[in-house]
Each structure stands twice: as structure tokens, then as C-alpha cells.
Write a protein that binds this ligand. Structure first.
Ligand code: SF4
Length: 332
């Protein structure tokens, strides 16, 4: 298998990936100024890798969501990224109310919201087709969707790490339906637990196939598994930094030229490894975590955050040119 040869000589693989990155997008490294709004941590699922669900058991009110959107607008965010746990019985109205609340505050801010799992949850609870749920969400202002909940697109792995989550084919179907309705999505992969390189490569190839069909992915985001505070972490301790770089490089190579943007998630990789990733195929640094900036502005000293200035400096120090983008990768 050609891709498996890429594992034989990692440094050669890094070189090829860096060259393809240069050809595809040049030396600019993009970032988006956005705010995450996680409207609830209450969730009916119990995914084994999840460290988020049912900890505080909160649900933001519509007023609280509006306030967060207002702050995001004031801060200059171009996007709000809205996701949450699967709130029991949350139906289409529940999700449309959130979209309406954002649109009441801003007609323009890009709404990047609801994973394929959340869309399925809404459709199921309203006994409607996913396509109709997506149409209603789009009409209410949904601009694009996070391609999360993909984890590893292999039902054997999914049965072990997230048995209640949607299947691989459901994820693929929902994402394709969204693309066909004019709702672009990101694509993700959570690796570094019980999967093998074969699973990872198959996953990346599935993403490539979908992109060849629909052209609806804006970027690919490899996400290393974080092993603390979840049950999967008791048997899997995550990937090494070197492996993280190899995942980035192999993603760039397999996805070239159909997906141009490969994200190094500094939140997951840490700043230094994310800087290194920019030399082995990555060209995007993701969001600025304005949420944490606002918390800090509000007096909090906890949480990890980077200001836009810091982010730009980090990119420059990695030898690249920082460039603000919007969610759809238009340069700002
Ligand atoms: S569906 Fe999402 S929030 Fe719920 S347990 Fe799984 S990963 Fe966590």
C-alpha cells in the first residue's frame, strides 16, 4: 500500500508534505477570530473519550447565548462556533431557537454550528428526515457545520469508543447531504487511541472521496485523542508528538490537491508542536479562543488562551506569514 510506505521514512514524508503545502497554499498561515459557545454539557450519550459531558450539567438560556454573541460581535469575531451535548429530547425547535437567538443579535456573523450527531439528534427527536432538518437550520441562518463526531470512520472502532454515536455511513450521509444543500463543513479525525495506521489512512481516504464528490469540505483537522478525565484514557495514552506530525504530513499528502487546508490545532498539540506542524504540511492555526479572552477580560485567570497578537507572533516565529481568514477561508 503506497501510503504505508510513507511511514517507512518519516523525514522524507515530512519533506514531501511541506512541498505540497507550499504548492497548494504558499507560506501564509491562516487563523479565524471566533468564539466557541458550548450551550450545554448535558448529554444522553456516554462516549468513552469524552471529558466534557455531564460534568457541570449546565444549559445556557437563550438570553445567555445572546449575551455571548453580543460579546463576540464587540470583540470583532467573524464566527460563532456552536456545539453542545445531546440534550435529552432536544428537537428541531430547540436548535432553531439557538440560531434565531444568534440572528437576533447579528445578521452577519457566520454561524458554524451543530455536528452531524447533533443534526441527527434534532431530526430523530422531531421524527423528521435529516435533510429537512438541515433545510430548516439553513433557513434559520446556519452557514456551515463542524465536521466533528467523525472520530475514526470505522464501525468496529466506533463500537468500542462511542457505541451510541452515529455510524460511519450516517456521518458520511449527513455530511454529503449538508454539502449538497450548500452547507459546507470541516472534516475531522480523532486519533491516538485504539485505532491503527490502517484505520487512519482509510479514514483520510474516505474524506478525500467525499470531497471529490461534493467539494464541500473547507479543511481537514486531525485531532489527537486527549486521555485525561475519560474512561478510554485508562487504556490509551494518546499519540506521541512525532506521530502527531506524521498524521499531519500524511493527511496533506493523501488529501492533496482536493483539500487545501490542513489545520494544526494549537489547543490540542500545544503551541510548539503546532509550530512544527507548519513545516510538515499544516497551513492553518484554527481559532483564537476568544471565549477565553473574554473570560480573562472578565477577570478570570484560568484557562488557556491566545490573543490575536500572540497568535500572529507565534506564526511569524515559525517562519510563516499570519493571515486572518473567515470560516470559508476568504482572506480578511
Ligand atoms: S455525544 Fe459528544 S458530548 Fe455527548 S458524550 Fe459523546 S462526545 Fe461527549
Amino acid at each position: 500500500m503506497q501510503e504505508l510506505n510513507l511511514l517507512d521514512d518519516p523525514f522524507e514524508t515530512f519533506k514531501i508534505a511541506d512541498e505540497l503545502r507550499r504548492k497548494a497554499v504558499g507560506d501564509e498561515v491562516t487563523y479565524v477570530v471566533n468564539r466557541n459557545i458550548n450551550f450545554t454539557d448535558i448529554c444522553v450519550n456516554r462516549c468513552k473519550f469524552c471529558s466534557f459531558s455531564n460534568r457541570k450539567r449546565y444549559l445556557l438560556s437563550i438570553e445567555e447565548i445572546k449575551k455571548k454573541v453580543e460579546e463576540a460581535v464587540d470583540y470583532g469575531c467573524t464566527e460563532v462556533c456552536i456545539q453542545g451535548g445531546l440534550y435529552p429530547n432536544a428537537d428541531i425547535e430547540f436548535y432553531l431557537n439557538i440560531l434565531d437567538a444568534v440572528r437576533e443579535i447579528s445578521k452577519n456573523i457566520h454561524i458554524h454550528a451543530f455536528s452531524p450527531m447533533e443534526v441527527l439528534h434534532a431530526a430523530r427527536n422531531s421524527e423528521m428526515h435529516v435533510e429537512d432538518a438541515l433545510k430548516e437550520m439553513k433557513a434559520a441562518g446556519l452557514d456551515s457545520m463542524p465536521g466533528t463526531a467523525a472520530e475514526i470512520l470505522d464501525d468496529g472502532i466506533r463500537a468500542k469508543i462511542c457505541p451510541e454515536k452515529l455510524s460511519s455511513s450516517q456521518w458520511i450521509e449527513i455530511v454529503k447531504t449538508a454539502h449538497n444543500l450548500g452547507i459546507p463543513t470541516t472534516a475531522t479525525m480523532m486519533y491516538g487511541h485504539i485505532e491503527t495506521w490502517e484505520h487512519r489512512i482509510r479514514h483520510i481516504k474516505i474524506i478525500r472521496q467525499i470531497q471529490e464528490e461534493t467539494g464541500g469540505f473547507t479543511e481537514f483537522i486531525p485531532l489527537p485523542f486527549m486521555w485525561r478525565n475519560n474512561s478510554l484514557g485508562k487504556i490509551a495514552k494518546g499519540s506521541s508528538g512525532f506521530e502527531d506530525l506524521l498524521v499531519i504530513a500524511i493527511s496533506r499528502i493523501i488529501l492533496h490537491p482536493v483539500i487545501k487546508n490542513i489545520q494544526a490545532s494549537w489547543v490540542k498539540l500545544g503551541v510548539k508542536l503546532a509550530q512544527a506542524a507548519l513545516h510538515v504540511g499544516a497551513n492553518d492555526f484554527g481559532g483564537t479562543l476568544i471565549e477565553e479572552n473574554i473570560s480573562k477580560a472578565a477577570g478570570s485567570t484560568s484557562g488557556e488562551f491566545l490573543s490575536v497578537e500572540e497568535l500572529r507572533e507565534i506564526i511569524k516565529r515559525a517562519g510563516r506569514i499570519p493571515r486572518q481568514r473567515d470560516t470559508l477561508y476568504r482572506k480578511l
